[in-house]
Ligand binder design. Structure first.
Ligand code: ATP
Length: 365
């Protein structure tokens, strides 16, 4: 019998200028994205930014108003869903309730006319792959949510799809099961080398599982990059604030082009970022965006800022510091230094000598 290791894998997926509106709502507003063979790309973004619409367009459940979807260079925009060979797993357990686990997995194989013996063999192999060979005879209601999602995954993989599409597959599960399944999906995906797109609104999930994370905003791609790069070199203020936590510190555009005066020092501006032009234009008041761990807080009786809140996070303690002008800044300090920084203490803030991200001034608080 054929084996799962012969899965056709490693398709390249390209979205080119995808647009899709529903009445007055623009779900996709010119989405461009390429997913490399064998890659796992997570689509991340706020509710309504078009993640699911993008995935459904790849699956063939939605037709774009304009733009193209290419798989291995072939334009599949007009190809119906059942001929696209995409495996899908949804948030809700979409197993057939009246079929056993093994029959659920074998269902698609039966529909495509594969003989019974081959079907059973391949379904058994897939149950093995997802770690549930002993559950072959169980019905969905006799399995936990996590087990049902494993069966759904096995079913999605049964037809050897060219791409695997996962739409919030873990969000209905409890935290512990979610963590285990994250690792299992990742392991399977890598083992099979299958190109995978994963929709999630959970940034930790996206950052921990994906080769690259595609951050979407209002139907467009903001940035697609490996997790560390997204965190360390966000391309836009939106990405910076959506991924992780950012502190906004009121600042003043420097006398020189490309610098800002912030917390009593002059720092270079990261020139590729939006906001840099505004600073160079000398418009004066801006916000500097930095990670909370980059804000140094020193107890200083003369300091004009004041600690107004502290929460213990383990190795670090997160302080809320109120500035003289009323704005608030989040700063993470090593917990062992936090004892010298009680709530109410007057402090001075300082930033390291690195280029900073600048954005338009936004009203604080
Ligand atoms: P969420 O994280 O909340 O699932 P999302 O990023 O997946 O959101 P989409 O489901 O792609 O977003 O929806 C994008 C926009 O298009 C939303 O404003 C949504 O209300 C709208 N939309 C999606 N599908 C339809 C539809 N079939 N009819 C009307 N509007 C739709």
């Amino acid at each position: 019998p054929e084996t799962i290791s012969r899965t056709r894998t490693g398709a390249t997926v390209e979205f080119r200028g995808l647009r899709r509106s529903f009445g007055a709502t623009t779900a996709l507003d010119g989405l461009d994205l390429t997913v490399e063979p064998g890659e796992l790309v997570a689509l991340l973004g706020p509710s309504g930014c078009g993640k699911t619409t993008a995935l459904r367009t790849l699956a063939g459940f939605e037709r774009p108003d304009s733009g193209k979807v290419l798989v291995d260079g072939e334009d599949i925009t007009g190809v119906p869903a059942h001929r696209r060979n995409a495996g899908m797993v949804f948030q809700s357990y979409s197993l057939f309730p009246h079929l056993t686990a093994i029959d659920n997995v074998a269902f698609g194989l039966r529909m495509s006319g594969i003989g019974r013996a081959t079907r059973r063999a391949r379904a058994a192999e897939l149950l093995e792959l997802v770690g549930l060979p002993q559950h072959a005879g169980r019905f969905p209601h006799q399995m936990s949510g996590g087990q049902q999602q494993r069966i759904a995954l096995a079913r999605a993989l049964a037809l050897r799809p060219r791409v695997l599409l996962l739409d919030e597959p873990l969000s209905a599960l409890d935290a512990q099961v979610r963590l285990t399944l994250r690792e299992e999906i990742r392991r399977l995906q890598q083992q099979l080398g299958i190109t995978t797109m994963f929709v999630t609104h959970d940034q930790e999930e996206a950052l921990s599982m994906a080769d690259r994370v595609a951050v979407m905003c209002a139907g467009r791609l903001e940035q697609c990059a490996p997790p560390a790069e997204l965190y360390e070199r966000p391309a836009t203020a939106f990405v910076a604030e959506f991924v992780g936590v950012m502190s906004r510190i009121p600042a003043r555009a420097g006398a020189d082009d490309g610098t800002v005066d912030v917390c009593g020092r002059t720092l270079p501006v990261n020139g590729t970022l939006p906001g840099a032009a505004e600073v160079a234009g000398g418009k004066g008041e801006v916000d500097v965006l930095v990670r909370p761990e980059a804000v140094e807080v020193t107890a200083d009786g003369e300091g004009t800022s004041r600690i107004v809140g502290a929460s213990f996070l383990g190795a670090t303690t997160r302080l809320t510091v109120r500035l003289a002008d009323g704005g608030e800044v989040t700063a993470d300090v090593p917990t062992h230094t936090a004892t010298t920084l009680p709530v109410g203490a007057a402090v001075t803030l300082r930033l390291p000598d690195r280029p900073v991200l600048v954005d338009r001034r936004r009203g604080n608080g």
